[in-house]
Design a binder for this molecule. Structure first.
Ligand code: ZN
Ligand code: ZN
Length: 64
């Protein structure tokens, strides 16, 4: 916990880390520890990746 500030995506005070790519301070909800990226960068990366690969039309995040 060496970072101080607000999540630059949702404004939460519980900032977890800074994004490795854009440097945004983000909370745990908006930080992906496995990639070190914020969800915004993740969405950008994930998008082109997912669209390149197979896209089974939201099967993964469909049920709630
Ligand atoms: Zn957040
Ligand atoms: Zn980022």
């Amino acid at each position: 916990m060496s970072v101080a500030g607000l999540c630059e995506i949702c404004g939460s005070e519980s900032v977890e880390d800074a994004c490795d790519r854009c440097g945004r301070l983000v909370c745990l909800d908006h930080f992906d520890p496995s990639t070190g990226l914020c969800t915004k960068c993740l969405a950008e990366f994930g998008k082109s990746k997912e669209e390149d690969r197979e896209r089974p039309d939201g099967v993964d995040e469909y049920q709630f």
